[in-house]
Design a protein around this ligand. Structure first.
Ligand SMILES: *Cc1c(COP(=O)(O)O)cnc(C)c1O
Length: 393
């Protein structure tokens, strides 16, 4: 079974580009150029130089001894939390700002929920002196004040979106509207492996540096370049896609996706998308999403803003559907406890999103001799208020 896209950007029955006619020119321009640009020697040099000197790559692969003893398996943490701006998102925004420059674009737009992607986008725009506009639901603007401040300091214009639920989905709709109205000079930096083709594939390629590094680092540490289990949290699915990429066809590696169960998978307050989702179209791609009988999107819920999305990227829909990835869901409480466990056992405060990946470790059937790599997608600075409050510290 292949897990690469076909010509139309489909992963099996998922993916594609379901877009309004007014967006055709933008998407076509990107589709026709992204492979040529990103495989050129000039691009590869610029990209790897910025990943190294600016983002701080390679990120370490750390043997978590105390967590290993606790769970009875050999756990390695891939430290994406140590990247500049605190998560894996910078890998993608560095890649896309370079693509935008190669296309001669002068203006960058982005959507953001928790503000992590907004900050990563505003950061690379400052680095390249590009005009940056970030659409953000008005409710999220209120809830994520520190990231809004960072974006402002970085010189980005943050536009609060007052339609719908005033969260991520509405911000995305507004960004798409902007793109339709400014097709020539604007590049839209999407923050995950979602959206119409070629975004899921392009973002996966940029994030695939994660598994490229895991191969080298694991081989140095264990004498074998693959783990038995590879675990990552899935919101839209970009950190997971990057961690899985070089192992997608390697059946020796069991892929484990951790979704947000919120208050519980069947509670009605959840973001367990691949578990509950049915096939539909969201933001330009066919995928699994949470919808009611009339095809209306069901609002997702998770304590973690980065996992609070009603769909998953088409690659993840396909991995779940084919059984290539096993999907588990962790509740808010399980994630909070896992964050505390990781902090107290390893001295690493993980992002709430990443804590979902740690929370499901006690459910995977790995033995003492087996190797488990957990992609620690980000750091917990942004979640400190929630941790202190919810953990009663
Ligand atoms: C945004 C974010 C996620 C979720 O996005 P994916 O595209 O699923 O990776 C996970 N972890 C952190 C730290 C994030 O900032």
């Amino acid at each position: 079974m292949g897990f690469e896209i076909d010509k139309g950007g489909n992963y099996g029955e998922f993916g594609g580009a379901y877009i309004p006619e007014m967006l055709y020119p933008n998407i076509r321009e990107l589709e026709e150029n992204y492979v040529k640009i990103t495989t050129s020697e000039q691009f590869k040099n610029e990209f790897s130089k910025l990943l190294k000197d600016y983002a701080g790559r390679p990120t370490p692969l750390f043997k978590a001894e105390r967590l290993s003893a606790h769970f009875g398996m050999n756990i390695y943490l891939k430290r994406e939390d140590l990247n500049h701006t605190g998560a894996h998102k910078i890998n993608n925004t560095i890649g896309q700002i370079l693509v935008a420059r190669h296309l001669g674009k002068k203006r960058i737009i982005a959507e953001t929920g928790a503000g992590q992607h907004g900050v990563a986008t505003a950061t690379v725009c400052a680095l390249h002196g590009m005009h940056c506009i970030v659409y953000m639901g008005a409710l999220d603007v209120e809830r994520q004040a520190p990231n809004v401040k960072k974006m402002k300091m970085l010189g980005a214009e943050v536009v609060p979106v007052h339609s719908g639920n005033k969260t991520l989905k509405d911000a995305t709709n507004e960004a798409i509207r902007d793109w339709i109205n400014h097709p020539v000079e604007t590049h839209y930096i999407i923050g995950s492996v979602v959206g119409p083709h070629p975004y899921p594939d392009m973002v996966t390629r940029f994030q695939s540096v994660i598994s490229e590094e895991i191969k080298v680092q694991l081989s140095e540490k264990t004498g074998r370049d693959y783990p038995d289990y590879l675990v990552a949290c899935v919101g839209g699915g970009s950190n997971a896609a990057g961690a899985y990429f070089h192992y997608l066809e390697d059946e020796r590696v069991k892929l484990i996706s951790a979704e947000a169960a919120g208050m519980g998978v069947n509670s009605g307050m959840t973001a367990a998308t691949s578990l509950l989702g049915t096939t539909g179209i969201i933001h330009g791609s066919k995928t699994l999403l949470m919808q009611d009988g009339d095809g209306q999107i069901v609002e997702p819920y998770s304590i973690s803003a980065g996992l609070d999305y009603p769909g998953v990227g088409p690659l993840h829909a396909w991995l779940a559907k084919t059984g290539r990835a096993s999907v588990y869901a962790a509740t808010d409480d399980e994630a909070l406890q896992a964050a505390l466990l990781c902090t107290r056992m390893e001295g690493i405060i993980p992002a709430l999103e990443s804590a979902h990946a740690i929370a499901i470790l006690d459910r995977i059937p790995a033995g003492r001799e087996e190797t488990v790599v957990v992609n620690l997608s980000g750091r917990g600075d942004k979640d400190m208020e929630t941790y202190i409050d919810k953990l009663g510290l």
